[in-house]
Write a protein that binds this ligand. Structure first.
Ligand SMILES: Nc1ncnc2c1ncn2[C@@H]1O[C@H](COP(=O)(O)OP(=O)(O)OP(=O)(O)O)[C@@H](O)[C@H]1O
Ligand SMILES: [Mg+2]
Length: 259
């Protein structure tokens, strides 16, 4: 599904991603872990076209996607959520989710502006699909309300629903359970498993090791932009270099003491 070869990203003197190569196969849950500043979010930005890569190749569903615009990559079937939830408080929950679906419509802006019949029909379908995704993520809130008053965990669900509204084949989640309590964390872990069962491939950046070890098929460990280990969760967890450079540190221990 995804093949990354020799991918690098430099910001001035900082090498955020350094000669990284890996694969993601269909219906896999692949986690990317590593210390703060390891380059995990930068990797997601490169994959989704939000930042241009300095060197290397990214092949998604057999197509080279390096240099493509984010909306084109979304149309091809790659979608994401952000480390800092990015939703719009001046729009309703439903409108936020509908934004995701607009990449799948064939109706031009002029048709929508003139409220031509086809545009009205299309809008109705977008609304239905958005409501379906709000239900999929288990968001129990008035879809016409603003997300501003929602607690943090539910704001994340709005973002997940928007990502799902694009009908992704590959879903990238950047720290989906950070800031969530134990119950919300379990719900999100269960949601990710359900999405995989429905045929979606998932890449996950996460510091919560109990979630990573429980749901991942495969784990890639990054430090200073490079891959230091890759394999089954159990093997990665026992890898001495990974323990020395990441798992033995306080952050992962702190993450296991959730409210
Ligand atoms: N836009 C940018 N300009 C300059 N440097 C950047 C930029 N984005 C990221 N970096 C640097 O690249 C490195 C990797 O950052 P990145 O955010 O990808 O790490 P991360 O693994 O996601 O960390 P965290 O676990 O804290 O989210 C860091 O040294 C960071 O300061
Ligand atoms: Mg990050």
């Amino acid at each position: 599904m995804l093949e990354v070869n020799g991918l690098s990203k430099e910001f001035g003197g900082v090498i955020a991603v350094n000669d990284l190569s890996f694969r993601v196969v269909e219906r896999q849950i692949k986690s990317i872990i590593g210390p703060n500043g390891a380059g995990k979010t930068t990797l997601f930005n490169l994959l989704t076209g939000l930042a241009p890569c300095t060197r290397g190749n990214i092949t998604f569903l057999g197509k080279n996607i390096c240099g493509l615009k984010p909306h084109v990559i979304a149309e091809l079937g790659m979608s994401r959520s952000f480390q800092n939830v990015e939703i719009f408080d001046n729009m309703s929950i439903l409108e936020n989710v509908m934004l995701g679906r607009h990449c799948r419509t064939g109706c031009g802006v002029l048709n929508v502006a003139l409220r031509r019949k086809r545009a009205v029909e299309e809008e109705r379908k977008i609304r239905e699909e958005a409501l379906r995704q709000i239900e999929t993520v288990g968001l129990d809130a008035d879809p016409d309300a603003s997300p501003a008053s929602l607690p943090f965990g539910k704001r994340r669900l709005v973002e997940f629903a928007r990502a799902l509204a694009t009908s992704p084949k590959l879903l990238l989640l950047d720290e989906p359970v950070s800031g969530l309590n134990i119950r919300e964390t379990e719900q999100v872990a269960e949601l990710i498993r359900r999405l995989r069962s429905s045929g979606i491939t998932v890449m996950l950046v996460e510091h919560d090791m109990s979630v990573v070890m429980e749901i991942s098929d495969d784990v890639l460990v990054m430090d200073y932009g490079t891959k230091i280990a890759e394999g089954k969760p159990r093997d990665v967890q026992r890898n001495e270099e990974v323990i020395a450079r990441y798992l033995g540190q306080s952050r992962s221990n702190a993450e296991s003491t959730k409210p």
